[in-house]
Write a protein that binds this ligand. Structure first.
Ligand SMILES: [Zn+2]
Ligand SMILES: [Zn+2]
Length: 265
């Protein structure tokens, strides 16, 4: 077997779910392979720093199908290496909403060591979305299926994927233990509230919630805690302080294990 030439950490979980992380990167982007007998769902593709396509081909002979939780730059990096890439239609307007949340253009020649990290990764270059995901779609992978749940808020076309048989939910950037970014262009706090409630309603039906950042998996109690905290913010609990995130001024609602970063009032 060829040696790994990329910093991908791979962990086999139960129910033929494989967790992949780009090692040593501060974003701690996490993505997942859900292996069926006919197709393998690749739920996001990270920053594109490693040979994800080679990894997928090693783990499964099934046809790869990329399901995007959303199209932010840190989730689409290796999507160009796959021929079947699907996203929610509401996400398609994202490339027009502005840097740093839009995929960057094709990188310049050279190693680009003097350019910002995002441009060196060039996650959006060559991205082609070939299919749509709609709320309620059942994606049959052969022997198992994933249900698409539209969970907008962090971005308008954010989607989660529910494997009812495996009691697992893949929740993207909606909900994790870390700084949840709810100030980015096209994010919507009303939608966040509704989507966190959607996840809370599913908490009793799943044993594991797999987020795209931070520790994984989460349990139902984590999701309920995040939902309850957001309700406090929604009902007027003020921010703990104001700060900046990559040059954006944000209000920070700090709940110790996680925080909401919202637009300043
Ligand atoms: Zn995101
Ligand atoms: Zn992200």
């Amino acid at each position: 077997m060829a040696p790994d030439r990329q910093p991908l950490e791979v962990r086999r979980l139960s129910h033929d779910v494989i967790m992949v992380r780009e090692a040593d990167h501060r974003e701690a982007v996490t993505f997942y392979l859900v292996v069926g007998s006919r197709e393998v769902a690749v739920i996001d593709t990270g920053l594109g720093g490693g040979d994800l396509r080679g990894l997928v081909d090693r783990f499964s002979i099934s046809r790869p199908l990329v399901l995007q939780t959303h199209l932010h730059w840190d989730h689409i990096g290796a999507s160009r290496c796959f021929s079947d890439v699907r996203a929610h239609p509401a996400e398609m307007r994202l490339p027009r909403v502005g840097w740093p949340w839009e995929p960057p253009a094709e990188p310049e020649a050279g190693d680009g060591a003097d350019r910002p990290e995002r441009e060196r990764w060039a996650p959006g270059a060559g991205l082609r979305i070939t299919g749509s995901l709609h709320h309620g779609d059942q994606i049959d992978l052969g022997g198992r299926s994933l249900e698409v749940i539209h969970t907008p808020g962090h971005s308008p076309g954010s989607a989660s994927f529910l494997d009812r048989a495996a009691r697992a939910l893949f929740s993207g950037d909606l909900c994790y233990l870390g700084q949840m970014l709810l100030f980015v262009p096209a994010s919507d706090l009303t939608d966040v509230r509704g989507s966190l409630q959607t996840l809370a309603d599913l908490a009793g039906e799943v044993d594991a919630i797999y987020p795209a950042h931070g520790p994984a998996p989460l349990g139902g109690a984590d999701v309920l805690a995040i939902r309850d905290a957001f309700e406090m913010v929604w009902h007027g609990k003020g921010p703990d302080w104001h700060g900046s995130y990559e040059g954006h001024r944000v209000a920070i609602h700090d709940f110790r294990r996680f925080a909401f970063l919202t637009p300043p009032a």
